[in-house]
Design a protein. Structure first.
Length: 503
């Protein structure tokens, strides 16, 4: 950061011998992008784009209604036939808006569990000395680890019937435990945690974000649940009010962006390594964040007003990824995670258009899908490109295209798995323990022994699972058996922050 706390862009760290393969670069907060969110072009493009997306949401709903009206006008059915048609139409709409319409009400969506478990395993590596994997984007980790964690958290929050206050209490308990573990480790090392407490919070900022997103998303959760239950009902004043508030937030953000004025202006702070310095960079783009993330929020709420359609999922995806590719800024990954959380909320109640075709194609031809994604990968563009987007629009397109494909495959159910031995219950409990404690172990022990201790802690959880399955703790012998129901019972005995995984 410069003397006034402003971001100083370095020369474009990019070498392109050709446009496809031989590209070398680095992603960082001080990158000089080919365009920025505060440029004149972005200040014109972003408001027009989101206005067009809102118009598309309304038009799709109107076109769907018009098609249904035309279908009803063909012929003159008898009253009994009309009643049967209305019933079939209601059933069809409920299925279209459901993320898993063919599943029983309480069947578990195991791919959500595995996304959290495997995602936490990768986070442990990142925070325990293995950052070189994300630095080189090994196995596309930048395009699915954090996106899936926030996406799944949003889906589970929207599907949960838990009252907001209880959800926040559970999150707060996890937050306090995690921060306390980090504080104990810092105090034991003699670290000056008082002047950089943000580093003590560290990985638990994920839980802080979930608390904030849950509070902001509570009205939207109500709107989504209402619209799914009453797909053809006129919108109530409450639902319209929710959409109006989020539309106003988006409008205010883009108004400030038009004058290149941040909504939140924090004091200057030297050094990007401090948490205050990073916050300064993020808040300098607060107007763009408010406009873009608020715009995605508004599109979901607007769809609840006009009646949601499976096509709205694609409009929302376009609103999430196109602006990211066109108008980058430092730490763009933070609001991008918020977008994915709210998108996950929508996908808990909506269905993506073409869901069955996507799921069948990917599950049948996944080698071709993976090979195609490898071609889009840029292995010599290093750094946290999920936090700080690549330098050029072409590189950003390639990066976000991979993430988009992985997100679409996930929400379409192409990655659905089973759990015949009931492992997800105790693995999810271990994943919560590992996420809360792994940073403390890493700070107390030399690399890589912190990660070793974290991964070895899986053994006691497995032994407890086996003991419960055998009835050693006075529980029924099948309580922890290989049946998925048993795994679910073990899973919900802990105050996790991730919600449920039932369809």
């Amino acid at each position: 950061l410069g003397p006034a706390g402003t971001r100083i862009a370095k020369p474009l760290r990019l070498s392109m011998k050709d446009w496809l393969f031989n590209i070398t670069g680095e992603c960082g907060y001080d990158t000089a992008w080919d365009n920025e969110a505060t440029s004149f072009g972005s200040r014109i493009f972003l408001p027009l784009f989101f206005a067009s997306a809102a118009a598309a949401v309304v038009w799709v709903s109107w076109a769907t209604r018009a098609d249904e009206a035309d279908a009803q006008n063909l012929g003159t059915p008898e009253p009994s036939e009309m009643r049967q048609h209305d019933h079939n139409q209601t059933v069809r709409m409920n299925q279209e808006l459901s993320d898993a319409p063919s599943l029983p009400k309480k069947e578990r969506m195991y791919h959500l569990d595995f996304a959290r478990i495997v995602g936490v395993c990768c986070v442990v590596v990142e925070h325990s000395g293995g950052s070189m994997y994300s630095h080189h984007d090994v196995l596309f980790v930048l395009q699915w680890v954090m996106p899936y964690l926030f996406l799944v958290s949003g889906m589970c929050f929207a599907m949960s019937s838990t009252p907001l206050w209880f959800y926040l209490v559970r999150l707060s308990i996890v937050l306090v435990i995690g921060v306390s573990m980090n504080w104990i480790a810092d105090a034991a090392r003699g670290k000056d945690w008082r002047h950089d407490f943000g580093d003590t919070i560290f990985q638990m900022f994920y839980v802080v974000f979930l608390i904030v997103f849950a509070v902001l998303g509570a009205p939207l959760r109500h709107a989504l649940k209402w619209r799914q239950g009453t797909p053809d009902a006129p919108s109530s004043t409450t639902i319209k009010g929710i959409a109006a508030v989020h539309g106003l937030v988006c409008l205010v953000g883009f108004t400030f962006l038009a004058f290149d004025v941040p909504i939140v202006n924090v004091p200057a702070e030297r050094g990007i390594e401090s948490w205050k310095g990073r916050a300064k960079v993020i808040f300098d783009n607060s107007s763009a964040i408010m406009g873009m993330t608020g715009g995605c929020f508004f599109l979901v709420a607007l769809a609840c007003v006009v009646r949601a359609s499976p096509w709205h999922t694609w409009i929302l995806l376009a609103a999430i990824y196109i602006p990211r590719a066109v108008s980058p800024f430092a730490f763009a990954g933070v609001p991008h995670n918020a977008d994915l959380f709210f998108f996950g909320m929508a996908m808990a109640r909506w269905r993506i258009k073409g869901k069955a075709i996507i799921a069948t194609f990917v599950s049948s031809y996944w080698p071709l899908v993976v090979t195609s994604l490898v071609i889009f990968l840029t292995p010599e563009v290093t750094g946290r490109c999920d936090l700080h987007p690549p330098q050029t629009a072409w590189l950003r397109f390639r990066f976000y295209f991979i993430e988009l494909v992985l997100v679409v495959c996930f929400v379409a159910g192409a990655f659905r798995v089973s759990d015949p031995w009931g492992w997800t219950g105790w693995l999810t409990t271990w994943a919560l323990f590992a996420y809360v404690t792994h940073v403390a172990w890493h700070r107390l022990l030399p690399t890589p022994y912190g990660a070793v201790v974290t991964y070895l802690s899986i053994v006691p959880f497995w032994l407890v699972h086996k003991a419960i399955a055998a009835g050693s703790f006075g529980m029924p012998a099948n309580a922890g058996s290989s049946r998925p129901e048993g795994a679910a019972q073990i899973r919900y005995s802990t105050p996790t922050s991730l919600g449920n995984s039932y369809a």
